[in-house]
Ligand binder design. Sequence first.
Ligand code: PLP
Length: 438
Amino acid sequence: MLVRTKNTKIYERACKVIAGGLLSNFKKEAGSQPVYVKSVDGARVTDFDGKEYIDCALSLGPVILGHSNKSYKEALKAQIDEMYSGEFSIIQIEAAEKIQELIPSAELIRYSVSGSEAVFNAIRVARGYTGKNMCVKFNGQYHGGLDYILGGIVENPENPVVVEGEREEDLYSMVCSTEGRGRNTLSNCYMVEWNDPDALEKLFKAKSDDIACVVMEPIMMNVGGCTPEPGYLEGVRALCTKYNVVLIFDETLTGFRLGLNGAQGYFGVTPDMSTFAKAVGGGFPVSLYCGKKEIMDSITNTRVLAMGTYNGHPVAAAALLATVAELEKEGAIERINRLGNMMKEGFEAAAKKHGISLRMQGMSGAWFPVFTNKDKIINHKDAIENADIMKSAAFAGMMKQRGVLNNFRFCTSAAHTEEDIQLVIEKAESVLADMANM
Ligand code: PLP
């Protein structure tokens, strides 16, 4: 067994200058050592001890082209040669035109840098546009580290209870709870169960006079990879129209993974606004929010503030265009998805062989392993009651030890090969064999 001595030393060094030795963390990760990466190549990363990993984490999702895509690197280099400072030039307009062409809800766009910022701005625009205050989110969905959307008031409008802090039965609340939150921030957000149209309608009936927007991940990629039940997205769309509530799709994870038209194109349901980040930049920090002209004009007429020094940085815009250009090549997304599906089928077959009930949920390029006896898990409540999240965590950890990087989700990129995925499946089989004997 390889002893990762150099990694441990680097961790100790990092802890002396970087809080926790980590770049981003959830609450319960104290003491966890990240993999410090010495080099990257295609779908592989190598740490300072020489241990090679197949990368199915892809930097928390963005690296959809893999780590060494030639055209992407050349485009970034060319842009840096031309201009690396944040001046407004033609490239930002070109990238916005591309988004407008691809994304059904993108009549107008604005750039930001991270997914959290895109969500923050979209909610503010929705509030400015409607003149209403409350936001609705779904239990177990994640939209970044914003104070006022990491939790909320639970669904019963007659007896509102603000849910914050940790609940023992709910690992998600333990991971995402935080101290230092502004007082009363969560009182601006209702939280209902996803895939449950009645819960949303009940809330709208009681409170829609003061509900500005609904924010949702169109596939619940952060807990359980739950997909929308037939008719659910259409139902939410209709409810939002009826009650004059702005529907925002947070496509930070689904954006470009479900195809170049996003989840909205894939499912044929057009929200009023949407946010994109991660894979739209192929690894470079770029995000955006977009929506109907009438709504985004709250920015045009300057009623709503939308600021940021690095918004639409030219190198970020070049990254976006280069990513799209690669993904537009014939068969590119289909290939990423085919490999993803191969992984899903391989994991499920290996689990079956070892008598383990495992269901891979999510979307073709990003799968979430769910340990459940049910046919599917449809939302957070279902996941808490019927899936073993500790087993998902154990599986993810053991896969990492065996050399497959992941963030619970297992993603594929344009750089993965069939051989890579076959190897990942073999490793999953050995993990599942171990789990069967535990
Ligand atoms: N929205 C979703 C659906 C996400 O998964 C994430 C991050 O994982 C965010 C927003 C926040 O994005 P960022 O980490 O770039 O701020």
